[in-house]
Design a protein around this ligand. Sequence first.
Ligand code: CA
Length: 238
Amino acid sequence: MNEQASAPSPQILLVEDDPQVVKFVRAALEAAGYRVLHAATGRQAMSLVAQYMPELVLLDLGLPDLDGLQLLAQIRPFYKAPVLVLSARGQERSKVDALDAGADDYLTKPFGVPELLARLRVALRHAARAASRSDDLRFECGPLQIDFQARRVTLAGEEVKLTAIEFKLLGVLAREVDKVVTQRQLLTEVWGPKSAEQSHYLRVYMTHIRRKLEPGAPWPRLFVTEAGVGYRLRTPEP
Ligand code: CA
């Protein structure tokens, strides 16, 4: 984990009231070279966010004083860096609500260190890219290439024809590559706010996209279904 060796290591705020989880996550983050701040309550988290503006917040949804969702709503107007939600199994609804309220991704407890660090790197990379405002006119993910200006999609160099809707849907997933995008976000961006509940549109169009862009071996799986949440375009392992 030397990729941040020259720059000051990012500071992560862990908002979590379970001492076991705090101990485990803190050790994992510090071993990976991150600086760690910790808040055990929502109120404490509020003041630490405002005071330190950490590079990323890991937010447990079940806090003793206020709901993680409430905290998210309170900090989002001034805090633009990534927020990763830590949720327990069975909190499907609040997990989706958190993503729709501006969280960047989630981890379901119990999670392992590699998964935690991978999600952190993705979120921090996204934030850095957004900050540098590079015009992403070309996109590459494994064998998949998108030229947004020419509206051209190729798979291992072969052009694949997509309809306008398919292209738009792929574009949203590509913009958020490696991050989960909720059904509501996809439906709103591609079909408009009136279609936010029409999740069957997504099932149909994701099937089309997969048929065209994931024809099977030797191509890796690119599109991951996050059951009950949404979809993720995933960079294949090198
Ligand atoms: Ca908790």
